[in-house]
Design a protein around this ligand. Structure first.
Ligand code: ATP
Ligand code: MG
Length: 323
């Protein structure tokens, strides 16, 4: 089992949409996929579940990711274990997100201080999601856990990213996005360093905790504007700078232990699919599974097919890198 996050502290670069599409493609290729929605915005959950299903997981007897950590927040106990929601006819599972997750965020900031002081209590709180996910993954024989996280360097993301095996970075080739990504490697490497020092100080723990050794494993170029199959000039100009940015602001700050050694860090591209994106959200399907019944007309069928080929390539490359 591998744990993966598509992370960028810059918002709106397509993290959730990409995670959804690659996750479903991995399943199409025979893998068992567990999505964990750790963004209080719950966008991934809304992409996967319909309103009725969301009502159910958010009801009193619910089973969102918040319900799992609620005993820790209220101080009444440890993480509550339950199985994730399984999608009908698919080897896809989901721990649904929850707006209330932001309550856990506050507690995790406090827990981090305890972690640094070598106090077991802090490790218990910080490892709740790790323990939940590890148990579910081994029960269900999951191949890939895909975390969807919000665009920030908060305590929840720190706990989760320190537990990932691989981190991929979605990038939009424009000025704001490139500038927004300049702290990525620096902050991640600082977390890794401080956590590894803390781990050396703490005694033997009798439960799973974040391993603290995530590796940057590539980036994805998102949302190109294509014109007659060529990237428009402005996007192209920024796009050409991405490898240099990644090297300078991610690869170098993370150093050899925080980065997978790859010749080329571009996992692939996710083009601008315009109106097929909201259509996919309505149909709760990836673009490459949309049909005429979902509203695909005329030339759009060609885009659907291309999207399938693109994501197949992406997923195969992903498997090669991660495994
Ligand atoms: N390939 C694409 N083509 C066109 N639109 C896209 C594409 N990918 C994402 N979008 C749209 O861009 C917006 C941002 O995408 P998304 O929510 O996936 O980004 P995000 O990085 O997860 O955002 P956040 O930081 O808020 O979590 C959404 O409205 C989404 O529908
Ligand atoms: Mg998102």
């Amino acid at each position: 089992m591998k744990k993966i996050a598509f992370f960028n502290n810059k918002g709106g670069v397509g993290k959730t949409t990409f995670a959804f599409h690659i996750g479903y493609m991995l399943e199409k290729l025979g893998k068992r996929v567990l999505f964990v929605d750790l963004d209080p915005q719950c966008n991934l959950t809304a992409h996967i579940l319909n309103d009725e299903e969301i009502d159910k997981v958010w009801s009193d007897s619910g089973s969102s990711i918040y319900d799992a950590v609620e005993p820790i927040i209220s101080g009444s106990g440890d993480v509550k274990f339950f199985s994730p929601h399984k999608l009908e006819n698919r080897d896809v599972w989901l721990y649904a997100g929850d707006l209330l997750l932001s309550d856990y965020e506050g507690l995790l900031s406090e827990a981090w201080t305890q972690v640094l002081a070598g106090q077991e209590r802090g490790y218990r709180a910080s490892s709740a999601i790790t323990r939940l996910v590890n148990l579910a993954s081994s029960d269900l024989d999951i191949d890939y856990v895909i975390f969807d996280v919000g665009p920030n360097f908060g305590a929840l993301n720190r706990a989760v990213l320190l537990d990932c095996d691989n981190i991929f970075v979605p990038m939009v080739p424009d000025l704001f996005s490139l500038r927004g990504s300049q702290n990525l490697g620096r902050v991640l490497s600082e977390w890794i360093r401080v956590y590894s020092d803390a781990m050396r100080r703490v005694g033997d723990l009798q439960f799973d905790v974040p391993h603290g050794k995530p590796k940057f494993s590539g980036y994805v170029l998102q949302q190109f504007n294509n014109y007659r199959n060529r990237k428009t000039k402005a996007w192209d100009r920024w796009g050409q700078q991405v490898p240099e940015y990644i090297n300078k602001y991610v690869v170098i700050p993370l150093g050899t232990s925080g980065v997978l050694k790859l010749a080329n860090y571009q996992l692939g591209e996710f083009k601008n699919y315009h109106s097929l994106i909201p259509m996919a959200q309505d149909a709760q399907k990836p673009i490459y599974e949309l049909t005429s019944q979902d509203g695909v007309v005329g030339g759009h069928h060609e885009y659907v097919k291309n999207c399938n080929n693109e994501f197949r390539e992406l997923a195969l490359k992903f498997i090669e890198i991660v495994d």
